[in-house]
Design a protein. Structure first.
Lengths: 372, 398
């Protein structure tokens, strides 16, 4: 049992924190999802210069050669600073998928480009069911003489207009299994914005008889789901870490505010009722972080982790949501105004809670892990 | 970051599981066991059975394995000891008490004189001294500084007068580790001292209090009880401050979540093989989600306990982290027992003695035990401590 971070991990975490404090102030972070690209392009460029997009990609492919622990720490800092960029659906998820499934040529071509930030990929996975599971994929891949033809509609594709290429999950008509395809020219596809809480984040991508040549399949036909599932597990762990960072910031600003906000002649933080809300917040946050780190540690070392990951996501979903509500209570009216950072954090928690499966999904996963 | 045990630690866990399975009498855990973790009331016979099992723990070197060798321990790490404690809680063997090895002994090591350590620690390590804790009084509950019991110096002795309230296992104990005021002319926090008192001393008498879950607790009365001055532990008039140092040791107790995990696991197994009131709960979507939610709460509580253990293993003194253990306990035990009570339905109220009792009456027992949520301060007081020690919130003014 070692609940601590290595000195190298602390150094990585601190340098990310310092960078984002300087480069990603709330004035930038809050507007990012409303911008045309869906993220702050300048901040991302600087992040790419520092090599962080490749943190989880092996050194031989131009990455940092680190693992899920460091990815999770990076996402915790992203959450803390409200940084939202094209990394998650790109160099993280697509990077790991290419690493697991891609040919050597594909790895050589794609991974260094993603690691350096030169190329942005995006994962086109969800469809009408909007669930991160295998039955939700029905976009058809029909074999042709020199490849495949894809027909169907992908939803919630992040940063689709900024992406240089998409990685698209499809159902192989012959085998019924799931295949992954590179769509190398997203601009040629029919893409439309899905307006949401998160501005320009999501797009609908419609494919009608889109030809894909044989060299653009990643992995073998019909056999890619288990790799996708594994990568989504890493994603869920990192998503937990991001929510822990978001919740940490909400707690920090609530503690600070409770110490300086004076009502009825004294700081509201001197009232026990207020202290109890803050005590609940910090306790939930610590629990969320412990469960997240536990899942990260087990996943990173390839140990059995179904139960622990499901527990982490279910707990963090609910814990962060409650911390968001409690933060609103501490702040009162000003916390509900878009001039204040709090609404952006709350909205991002709403995103993280739903992203990769809400609590019901993970409660069911825990029940199954219990043998029920 | 490594949130799992090393191969050596896993081997120790396997050794413990094998030991407990082999040594616990067959059928012992099919009913409510008188595990000291849950503090189930013991009959005379169960007390002897518990003593016999504790002696096995002593023989095997488990009992005080975290103590230094010079006082009868093995000098093992707090992590190893907690692995033992977790197994002890989960397997719930017959046992008399763990207060001596968890609270009194470690406290003595910090604040006792060398003479006191030599006199008491080996006796506690061999369970020749069974210690109870005398901190609370009728007017001193959450506020342990509000005691009224006095200890007046008289030659080489102190004369103790007063009463201690809610004292578990006092009716079996040989000694009581207690507070008393040694200077009544100053504020109580500056005039309190700690004593170890022989329970056979003339002038000590007991009267029972019976708790909701059927356990005997005690009021301990002191009438002109004569105690050698050598039994004042630590520094005279610094007892309140030293009490806080002593109490820190029991905070990361992983045994209690393990005991609750045990009944939860047994319930899961039970519903896999039995219907309750004609219902297959494993197929009920709401029951599945509630069971999953409770499993998460148990795991969370366990992790919060292990964090305290880990901090201690790093030489740190947990502060708000210890209070979180208390808070999680007080939030999780009612959650577990409410789940059992509600999923068990009307059958959950039945005790051992009818074939209709679910899990031989264990559900009924836990439904009562979970209301034991006052020890070491209630939820409100615990949250005060978290806010002040963890977040630096100011004390309430006026």
């Amino acid at each position: 049992m070692d609940m601590g971070l290595s000195s190298e991990q602390i150094a990585i975490r601190d340098s990310i924190r310092k960078f984002l404090q300087a480069e990603n102030p709330i004035a930038v972070a809050g507007k990012a999802t409303q911008s045309p690209a869906g993220y702050a392009v300048d901040v991302w460029r600087k992040i790419a210069e520092l090599g962080w997009p490749g943190i989880g990609i092996p050194e031989q492919y131009g990455g940092g050669g680190l693992g899920l622990q460091e990815l999770a720490l990076m996402y915790e800092e992203f959450g803390r600073a409200l940084y939202q960029g094209p990394h998650f659906g790109g160099a993280f998820l697509c990077g790991q998928l290419v690493l697991k499934l891609g040919s050597e040529n594909q790895k050589q071509e794609l991974l260094p480009a993603m690691a350096s930030g030169r190329s942005i990929m995006s994962l086109a996975l969800l469809e009408e069911s909007a669930r991160w599971d295998e039955p939700g994929i029905s976009l058809r891949a029909q074999r042709t003489r020199d490849g495949w033809r894809l027909t169907g509609t992908k939803l919630f594709v992040t940063h689709a207009t900024a992406a240089h290429e998409l990685l698209c999950a499809a159902r192989d008509v012959e085998t019924g299994g799931i295949s992954l395809f590179r769509l190398r020219d997203p601009k040629a596809l029919s893409i439309s914005l899905m307006p949401s809480t998160f501005g320009t984040l999501y797009h609908e991508v419609m494919l009608r008889d889109v030809p894909v040549t044989g060299d653009n399949i990643v992995g073998s036909p019909g056999n890619s789901w288990s790799a996708i599932r594994e990568v989504l597990e890493w994603g869920a762990a990192a998503q937990c870490a991001e929510m822990v960072g978001l919740a940490q910031s909400i707690l920090d600003m609530s503690v600070e505010y409770a110490k300086v906000r004076v009502q009825f002649g004294r700081p509201i933080g001197t009232y026990q009722a207020m202290q109890h809300v803050l005590a609940d917040m910090v306790t939930r946050l610590d629990c969320a972080r412990l469960l997240t780190y536990q899942a990260v540690s087990l996943l990173a070392d390839g140990r059995p982790s179904q139960r622990e990951l499901a527990m982490a996501k279910a707990y963090v979903n609910e814990g962060a949501y409650q911390i968001a509500l409690d933060g609103m209570q501490v702040h009162g009216g000003i916390g509900y105004m878009m001039e204040h950072p709090l609404p952006y954090y709350v909205q991002r928690i709403l995103y993280g809670k739903m992203h990769l499966g809400d609590t019901d999904v993970y409660l069911e996963a825990v029940a199954q892990a219990l043998g029920l | 970051m490594r949130f799992y045990f090393t191969p050596e630690q896993e081997a120790f866990r396997a050794e413990l599981a094998e030991f407990f399975k082999r040594e616990i009498p067959p059928g012992y855990n099919d009913r409510i066991s008188c595990s000291t973790v849950l503090e189930v009331e013991m009959s005379e016979e169960e007390f002897r059975q518990g003593l016999a099992f504790d002696r096995k723990l002593i023989e095997r070197g488990y009992y005080v394995m975290h103590w230094p060798k010079e006082y009868g321990g093995q000098g093992k790490s707090v992590v190893d000891y907690s692995i033992f404690n977790e197994a002890y809680g989960y397997h719930s063997p017959p046992s008399v008490t763990d207060r001596g090895r968890n609270v009194v002994g470690p406290g003595l090591m910090v604040i006792g004189t060398e003479e006191q350590k030599r006199r008491f620690l080996p006796a506690i390590a061999r369970l020749e001294a069974i210690t109870c804790l005398g901190w609370t009084e009728p007017n001193a509950g959450s506020d342990l500084s509000a005691i009224e019991t006095t200890a007046r110096l008289d030659g080489d002795d102190y004369i103790i007068n007063g009463q201690k309230m809610f004292i578990s296992i006092a009716h079996y104990a040989t000694h009581i580790f207690m507070t008393a005021l040694t200077d009544t002319s100053v504020p109580k926090r500056q005039g309190m001292s700690l004593f170890i008192v022989d329970m056979r001393s003339p002038g000590i008498s007991l009267s029972p209090l019976i708790s909701m879950d059927g356990k005997r607790i005690n009021v301990v009365y002191f009438t002109d009880v004569r105690v050698p001055a050598a039994n004042l532990v630590g520094t005279k008039n610094r007892g309140f401050q030293q009490l806080a140092m002593t109490a820190n040791y029991e905070r990361g107790n992983v045994a209690l979540p393990a005991a609750y995990q045990r009944v939860f696991d047994e319930f899961i197994e039970f519903i896999k093989h039995n219907k309750i009131g004609g219902r297959d709960l494993t197929k009920d979507p709401e029951a599945r989600h509630r069971l999953a939610d409770t499993a998460i709460a148990l795991e969370t509580w366990r992790m919060i306990c292990w964090r305290v253990v880990w901090l201690q293993s790093q030489g740190q003194v947990p502060q708000a982290e210890s209070s979180m253990v208390q808070l999680l306990r007080k939030q999780t035990t009612p959650k577990v027992s409410r789940l059992l009570w509600e999923l068990g339905g009307p059958l959950a109220q039945l005790k051992q003695g009818t074939r209709w009792a679910v899990m031989n009456g264990k559900l009924e027992y836990y439904s009562q035990h979970a209301f034991n949520i006052h020890g070491q301060g209630g939820i409100a007081q615990t949250k005060n401590a978290i806010a002040r020690r963890g977040l630096g919130m100011p004390r309430q003014q006026g």
